[in-house]
Ligand binder design. Structure first.
Ligand code: NI
Length: 131
């Protein structure tokens, strides 16, 4: 298995401004201010604490990719994102080990144009892989 490193924990939030203030009150610092992802119709903000990076994801319109999740789960962590030294190999390994891609590698404006792909595991739910 290629080495995977945790890049961030994705956190679904209804109001991104309130969520930022609340994470700041817990000692997190903004790493990257809110960026609009026009592919997924979400606002995204990165915060850091103790070397842990949290990604706040907030639906901007009804047709955003997370609107369904928001209705079901409200505010909640919902994915861990990994980066790999060899993303292609990691992707193949993951799909051979019970993970099923739920989209195709797609540009992530909030990650400087890196591609990301989301995969589902019946055992642990959703993960994200940076390409
Ligand atoms: Ni993410």
């Amino acid at each position: 298995m290629p080495t995977l490193k945790i890049h961030h924990i994705g956190y679904l939030v209804k109001k991104i401004g309130k969520a930022v203030k609340t994470f700041e009150s817990l000692g997190y610092q903004i790493e990257q201010d809110t960026v609009y992802d026009d592919i997924r119709k979400v606002d995204i903000c990165f915060l850091i604490k103790d070397g842990y990076r949290v990604e706040l994801v907030s639906p901007v319109s009804e047709d955003s990719v997370v609107s369904g999740l928001m209705k079901k789960y409200k505010n909640t962590p919902y994915h861990i994102c990994y980066e790999a030294d060899d993303p292609e190999a990691a992707y193949l390994e993951l799909t051979e080990n019970g993970f099923t891609a739920i989209d195709t590698p797609t540009a992530a404006p909030a990650l400087g144009g890196c591609n990301v792909v989301f995969l589902m595991s019946p055992a642990i739910g959703m993960i994200e892989l940076i390409f």
